[in-house]
Design a protein around this ligand. Sequence first.
Ligand SMILES: [Zn+2]
Ligand SMILES: [Zn+2]
Length: 488
Amino acid sequence: MTKAIAILLAGAAIALGQSSATKAIDSAAQALGGKDKILAIQTLSMEGAGKVYNIGQNPFPEGPLPTWWVAEYKRTIDVAHQRAHTEQHRLAMFPFALAIDLRLNQNLDGDVAFNINPDGGAQRVAKAVAADRRIEMLDTPVTIVRAALDPSAKVGSPRKRGTAEAIDITTEQGDKLTLGLDATTHLPAWVSWTSSSENLGDVLNTTSFENYETVSGIQLPKRYVTKMDFRGWLTSDFDVAKNTVNGDVGDLAAPAAVKSAAAPEPPVPTVDAQQVAKGIWWLAGTGGNAFSILFEFDDHLTLFEAPTSEASTKAVIDKARSLVPNKPLTEVIVTHHHFDHSGGLRTAVAEGLTVISHQGNESIFKEMTSRKATVKPDLLTKSGKTLKFRGMDDTLVLKDGSMEVDLFKLHDNTHSPYLIAAYVPRDNLLVQGDLIDMTWIRHPWAENYRQNLAMRNIHFTKDLPVHGRIATFDEEMAALAEMEERTK
Ligand SMILES: [Zn+2]
Ligand SMILES: [Zn+2]
């Protein structure tokens, strides 16, 4: 084959691909109400109610996720100006130690993401949030089809995915999504995109569009269900009571002060090591609100908790190695699977640490650490390492000439039935995550905490926590009583 013919054939293949892609997108626009009508839409609004799920915070790793009931849900998109506004009134349907009644007001104006506080003050938020909200704005049939119709978008040839025709779309801004069209009606059935998670690596998210209705000649879904490709977890489920096309949505532009403010940069984690006893450091820092604790044994170091993120946990691991440079850090105790506590699990595995936890957490930890991260390649994906796990049931004693750490499982703990904590007999120290945090506003499992301390005969001098501050037994019991009073 001559070079010229090869180029010609390649060109024909691209032209063929483009035409089948264009045809598919046109058929979707037609099904939604017509291409001209779709392109003429100025605004979309939806009002309703639904549920948002607390990802990675289920008590049992195999159990259902805790649910926020979204009593009021309003979403407005100024399609013409690329602006979006979302309001949610969330109520926690689960026992929670922090605010259980939240009002969120989240906005996007082009590349500028900002939140409006209940007092009316507006604050610019991070660039990563703006990127998420740009995807969210495309997460409706009209907006994704309009983005695909934009001449500067790249649209791939349709392929089969399940029963749908799947079309890859790269928007003018460079966002990559896949649109699924119903093979019979050509209506958008779903849209999917890949995001990055500290706990899970790449996450494929899919929003299904259900129960279409006709409003002002446009087909609009009355239900949006978003799922992730991890254990079938649902992210959100919204029912739309009222869809509006081209209603007056007011001015959704970012206030001038917000626009001119710099987007906040993610904090650079720093670790502040506080030596509490011989061979024991509380590693607090600014990279998150969850901390680690370091134990020095005869010939190795053991970390307690790998929380928050790769950046936080890597900073903690580096600090541990610099504190005791002549002994290797070989293992990490992970109290439970909750995602604030396991944000650095992948990092710990990448650094070769053996993970010690309750045996009930093994399968979720294995799944969490066997996923790839390509959107934001992480240390685990680069290392190619796999989980080394040491499981325990009721108790496990880690002991040598230098150190003794007694691990125990919390009995009948409703926060997480596979929660473990540590006790250091030599110094009478408790080391724990989520048994108590001195900054909690209420304590739904206060009685369980007291009972477990009594059962294990622990009357500690100091508690070194993952969240909050170091406290004495008496300080904590006083705080517990106060937290309980607030729940009455
Ligand atoms: Zn927890
Ligand atoms: Zn926690």
